[in-house]
Design a protein around this ligand. Sequence first.
Ligand code: BGC
Length: 707
Amino acid sequence: MKDLLNQLTIKEKIGQLLQIAPFFFIKDLKIEVAGPVEELNLNEEKIFNAGSVLGIGSAEEMMDVQEKYLKRSRIKIPLIFMADIIHGYKTIFPVPIAMASSFNPKLAEICARVSAIEASTAGIHVTFSPMADLSRDPRWGRVVEGFGEDPYLIGEMVKGMVKGYIGTGINHPGNLASCVKHFAGYGASEAGRDYNTVDLSRLSLYSQYLPAYKKALEAGSRLVMTSFNTIDGVPSTVNKFLLRDVLREKWEFTGVTISDYDSLKQIMAHGVAKDMEEVAYKGITGGLDIEMASSAYSNHLEKLISDGYVDIQLLDEAVLRVLELKRDCGLFEDPYKGASTKLAEELVLSAEHKLASLEVAHESMVLLKNDGVLPLSKTSKIALIGPYASSRATIGPWSWHGRRDLHETLEEVLKEQLVFCKNDVLITNYTDSDFEKIAFADVVILALGESEECSGEAHSKSNIVLPNKQDLLLKMVEKYGKKTVTLLFNGRPLLLQGLLSTNALLECWFLGSQSALSIKEVLYGKINPSGKLPMSFPRSIGQIPLYYNHLNTGRPYKGPNDHNVFVSKYLDVENKPLFPFGYGLSYSNFEYSLIKLDKSIMLDNETIEAKITVLNNSDIAGYETVELYIKDHFAMISRPVLELKQFKKIWFEPNECKEVSFIITKEDLVYINSDGNNVLEPGTFTLFIGKSSDQTISEHFEYVIKK
Ligand code: BGC
């Protein structure tokens, strides 16, 4: 690639670092000139030197753009096409927060595999996924795009996604290169408001927020997208500490860095650059390769280099990484790689892909409450009410290509059992005769939630209650003495106290193309729900940030019998969440024995085996996720009260009893300190194994380093 690099003019080199939308190439530029083209101040020469394209609709579009581009280009380096394929291309899978609830990274891999197969038929080569941002704040709209609050769970899901995208390798058609985002700490936006300031200690950054991005890179993500926020006051997009010290030096990352949409230019709004020339300077020296949707490099880098402010070496390094990515994606052999209308017709939305989406949806629901009303009997007559009764808007944000019109509604899949259906939320819109009809039903299913537009980018909320007082609908139905099953559609944890009196509560999130069918199969017990929460559900907004792996504090509150005043607690609400991390019910009843350790002292070079017997004390087969947490009692720094270290999702036949074994290695005992280094200290550890972060069996052991 160095030979190719040496053949490029400086303008052509700089062009490789520009990413723009496809319409720059395919529309009549004279028409566009009043719009975005003028805003970016890019002339035709610059446009036709650009290195990559953001977002593309179809194979025809991609081929058209590539052809026009190559015809005009002197050096004929193909464009590389990148897009946001987040939880499916046209076959839509559950939103990431839902997939995380499956505690099954294999499913994330399946989602990514299908996404890659479908999206590459449109000539897409890179997906801006996975999002590895950890968040402890459900007000942040983008929690829907992530995998929750725990670094280990996020890391495992992210690995699954990356593996699925890459498949047999990014050089083969049908596979995608992955761009992990948003580096770094974006999920810690203050007060959950999107794009807001982030103020993280180095310890939190290294130990909680960075590990999942690193796992994505280890799994093979070839690109890293910077985040909109600052770290230590410096926007991530030009943050040398992040992009050079951590990424390049500490983690030895050799792939491409790319800004988020317009985030390079935004460093002016952050107040760290006065004009676009300084923007370009800070970007290239800070460690940013590709500039997405702004034009500081295209308009200013050449002069900065010729005036001697920027070493051309920095430009060459960045361009080389882009060329290597294009080479590795096989674009020099076939600039149209993957794009095929014929293949798209064959593969996209195939029966096989829909089945895959259904299987992922099955495991992504979390049963929060069930007093025995579920599973429903086949003969039960149902009244179905609420804003999601006959809505098709259940695929969730970031489903650009998803076809809502093709999806079945709950009303459609349940029609044989329905005595009444009303797709409404406001109680004032219900008449007495509506409620009379409800009286003919054995059970009322309430399909409640937030709309798809309530979460996602730029969709943060200060109040995370169900909109439009939807819990009143439940109260109204309860007056008729009916059993109720409440289904929730939402992209973030909500405050659910108002729904606790319902007989069953099923968290459905947004389940994708097969939403309605998958829910029906859970309602009737064809599928036994097995999801667990990847984020804590608070009791009150004032508890946020709320997460299970917090520190103990010097004055820990010991629970309801602790009458000490001077402890860390609230006067008006418990410390604990309403539903904790890792929580989720099943139609089976899983019972855990005591833990057996093969030794109580673990020496430096040893491992410990922990065994626990889990009994499915029911006649219903199902999955149970057995969660393993560790607490490190004494160290140089205060350590969390619990940390998820491993989990196993296991299938149990009715009444089956299985011994589940975990091997604890030194890796499980290590922590990351504020210098970003791994530390392992001897001492007492407690192992917790159980069905959620607050329902565990524990056992202690010592880790000893022999002198
Ligand atoms: C989002 C990214 C996304 C990018 C490109 C930005 O606004 O923050 O997540 O990948 O746009 O569409």
